[in-house]
Design a protein around this ligand. Structure first.
Ligand SMILES: Nc1ncnc2c1ncn2[C@@H]1O[C@H](COP(=O)(O)OP(=O)(O)O)[C@@H](O)[C@H]1O
Ligand SMILES: [Mg+2]
Length: 235
């Protein structure tokens, strides 16, 4: 079992005027390849800050962040951008799709930026993902013509299209009703099982955290619990 994400005593402080906000106060955990893990905690507890550290969007004030064996706190900005593009994908609560592009084009876009596949390979790969997220009959539609759940399915397919090592999802169900949110979690879990992609997502919703195989609870910038469910208990 190989460790894919490691945080070692990560602290993150923000200055708000002259006030120091201690968003993370020494967070350490390891995630193994293929895990499906929730970071759970109330609003303001530090969930987004953790995902931003793992996703190399922001640097820790102190501590280690190691992704796939690489110490990302030691990478230059340019290498970090390249690293982030090839290794880590994001899913956001507000979907962040490109409004002028249709479903197919939104999912294809990261592959055009990466330039690693020829046109036929790209098309086959995008179509396969559209099928996996159940949007074949919607692939010509623009995001504004889709429901919230359908939009998040597009975002999931877009996140997976580059075959990343890690998918990070910051409260992916927060803008969805509970039934749709549960279906989105089931889709992520199904893709995690079938493709082996590691998922780390945050939530403050108990019905959503119950679907994770491992729940790392965070409170006031510190880990308050770390529970791995036995096989068959989750979902
Ligand atoms: N850019 C920032 N500047 C100042 N304070 C911040 C910033 N980002 C987050 N914080 C603070 O850090 C704490 C943790 O925030 P966050 O990680 O967004 O929590 P969560 O995602 O769990 O709601 C909160 O007190 C928040 O106000
Ligand atoms: Mg947040």
């Amino acid at each position: 079992m190989s460790t894919i994400i490691e945080l070692g005593d990560v602290k993150k402080h923000y200055m708000l005027g002259t006030t120091k906000v201690e968003a993370l106060r020494g967070v350490s955990f390891q995630i193994t390849k293929g895990e499906f893990t929730a970071i759970a905690g109330p609003s303001g507890s530090g969930k987004s800050t953790i995902l931003n550290m793992v996703g190399c969007i922001d640097n820790p004030t102190s501590g280690r962040v190691i992704i796939g064996g690489d110490d990302v706190s030691a990478l230059s900005d340019k290498r970090l951008t390249k690293y982030r593009r090839s290794t880590i994908s994001f899913i956001f609560q507000s979907f962040n799709l490109i409004p002028v592009l249709n479903v197919y084009e939104n999912i294809e876009l990261p592959l055009l930026l990466e330039k690693g596949m020829n046109e036929a390979e790209r098309k086959a790969h995008v179509m396969q993902l559209i099928e996996e997220v159940g949007l074949v009959d919607r692939m010509k539609n623009k995001p504004s013509e889709l429901s919230g759940g359908q939009r998040q399915r597009v975002a999931i397919a877009r996140a997976l299209v580059t075959r990343p090592l890690v998918v990070l999802a910051d409260e992916p169900t927060a803008n969805l009703d509970s039934v749709t949110g549960a279906k989105i979690l089931e889709l992520m879990e199904d893709l995690n099982r079938r493709q082996g992609t590691t998922f780390l997502f945050s939530t403050h919703d108990h019905t959503i955290m119950d679907k994770a195989r491992r729940v790392i609870s965070i409170h006031d910038g510190m880990i308050a619990g770390d529970n791995v469910k036995s096989v068959g208990e989750a979902v």
